[in-house]
Design a protein around this ligand. Structure first.
Ligand code: HEC
Length: 98
């Protein structure tokens, strides 16, 4: 690649890559599934289909704002934007249990 072409490519990549893109809901859900199993034999409740979207969003927001005091979840949800949390809540409410 010639130098000008390389520079053009570099500039285009810089312009088209958002600084902090929201992760897709399915990718975030994979993180949640590491702890929230799909069966009910776990102390950590399964998430797919377990809550309606509004209540799941509220639970995540309550962890984020400190409204709900807990050990693990407040740390996790603080790593995601509100849009990401809403997207993963919508995602889980469309999934069937198991
Ligand atoms: C490291 C393990 C772990 C991961 C990863 C994890 N959770 Fe949790 N989750 C827990 C634990 C443990 C609890 C119980 C509360 C606490 O101790 O924080 C919980 C509680 C919850 C609750 C409350 C359930 C109820 O009955 O009120 C919701 C909702 C929830 N998690 C959603 C999520 C979502 C969505 C994700 C992915 C973004 C996620 N969790 C990722 C461990 C985890």
């Amino acid at each position: 690649m010639s130098r000008p072409a390389f520079l053009t490519t570099l500039i285009l990549l810089t312009l088209t890559t958002p600084a902090q893109a929201d992760a897709p809901a399915a990718a975030i859900a994979d993180v949640c599934r590491n702890c929230h199993g799909t069966d009910s034999n776990t102390e950590i409740p399964p998430l797919p289909g377990a809550f309606n979207a509004a209540s799941l969003k509220q639970k995540l927001q309550d962890y984020k704002t400190g409204q709900t005091d807990a050990t693990i979840m407040p740390r996790i949800v603080k790593g995601y934007s509100d849009a990401e949390l809403n997207a993963v809540a919508d995602y889980f409410t469309t999934q069937n249990p198991n």
